[in-house]
Design a protein around this ligand. Structure first.
Ligand code: NAI
Length: 340
């Protein structure tokens, strides 16, 4: 089930963007759920990341094929596939970052919380293994409901005595990706120049894009425009679920977002300064124990959790109305982790 690849030495084939690869430090990244809708394109994008020397692809089944396929790409990372629980330890061993897109996605009509029953158990068992085999890894949690799966992971790590709040992240990057795309489309600015912080959590109204802080600034957005942009960002996942009509949720845009966030984590680990991304982390910037906001990434994971900055009245209202739902989702995760 292992598809190993000799180190790539063909610089001329890999192209300029990878030309500095061999000088980067060794980094192992593991993807749990690597054969899934998100896992496969995420494996592809991670294979292209020159900061990764070892890419470990784990799923309960079908990873040998994905690993063999991805391993033929002539980029730096050596790829290995692992299938089944008995190979999970080897898949995780020595990982610097573990990305978790394992679990079931939504179907039309479902909320992210409807996934709790199945995904909570999956996340709990995977995190138990992480605590055992790579307790120092940064964990990038993609599995939904993120508002609950991150607290579950924290409880599992606390029980195992390995919890480090700087190393646990709920991946909310897709909300930022969507907010940037929708804002750029509305304001008609080049999307590559756009920045929009998204705070709160990762479900419905708990997703709070801060368009008042968007860059570049726009003076001709009406209140109704901002409301519409906010709603579209909050419902972006549902837009995809409905368009896919029963065939899953966002996978390609999520893989992109997951790759962006993992790359930021890797850069932080490698000491690149001023790496800032939004993420759902342990936090004291509100009265909730976990909250998404801008964080600075460094050699130990989260180096600094930034406050929310000035909010418009509309955003302030959004913040107050998201808190009860986010609090309940966090508590549900904590309770699950402690009772089963
Ligand atoms: P999928 O069903 O296509 O793939 C999930 C994969 O997880 C499958 O290959 C399955 O075999 C694997 N899996 C199940 N149990 C496992 C276990 N115990 N260990 C390892 N792997 C296991 O689902 P998809 O579309 O890839 O979505 C995955 C998760 O990501 C869902 O929970 C979804 O809600 C979430 N998601 C999160 C987003 C975010 O912004 N954070 C955005 C989109 C989806």
């Amino acid at each position: 089930s292992r598809a190993a690849l000799r180190p790539c030495t063909c610089r001329h084939l890999v192209g300029r963007s990878y030309s500095s690869t061999e000088s980067s430090p060794e980094s192992k990244v593991a993807i749990l759920g690597a054969a899934g809708g998100i896992g496969q394109p995420l494996a592809l994008l991670m294979k292209l990341n020159p900061l990764i020397s070892s890419l470990s692809l784990y799923d309960i089944a079908n990873t040998p094929g994905v690993a063999a396929d991805v391993s033929h790409i002539n980029s730096r990372a050596q790829v290995a596939g692992y299938a089944g629980e008995e190979q999970l330890g080897e898949a995780l061993d020595g990982s610097d970052i573990v990305i978790i897109p394992a679990g079931v996605p939504r179907k039309p009509g479902m909320t992210r919380d409807d996934l709790f029953k199945i995904n909570a158990g999956i996340v709990k068992s995977l995190c138990t293994a992480i605590a055992k085999y790579c307790p120092n890894a940064l964990v990038n949690m993609i599995s939904n409901p993120v508002n609950s799966t991150v607290p579950i992971a924290a409880e599992v790590f606390k029980k195992a005595g390995t919890f480090d709040e700087r190393k646990l992240f709920g991946v909310t990057t897709l909300d930022v990706v969507r907010a940037k795309t929708f804002y750029a489309g509305k304001v008609k600015v080049p999307v590559a120049e756009v920045n929009v912080p998204v705070v709160g959590g990762h479900a419905g109204i708990t997703i709070l894009p801060l368009f008042s802080q968007a860059a570049p600034k726009s003076s001709n957005l009406s209140d109704d425009d901002i409301k519409a942009l906010t709603k579209r960002t909050q419902d972006g996942g549902t837009e995809v679920v409905e368009a896919k009509a029963g065939k899953g949720s966002a996978t390609l845009s999520m893989a992109y977002a997951g790759a962006v966030f993992a790359d930021a984590c890797l850069k932080g680990l490698n000491g690149v300064p001023d790496i800032v991304e939004c993420s759902f982390v342990q936090s004291s910037i509100t009265d909730l124990p976990f909250f998404a906001s801008k964080v600075r990434l460094g050699k130990n994971g989260v180096e600094e959790v930034f406050g929310l900055g000035p909010l418009s009245d509309y955003e302030q209202q959004g913040l107050e109305s998201l808190k009860p739902e986010l609090k309940a989702s966090i508590e549900k995760g904590v309770e699950f982790a402690n009772q089963n």
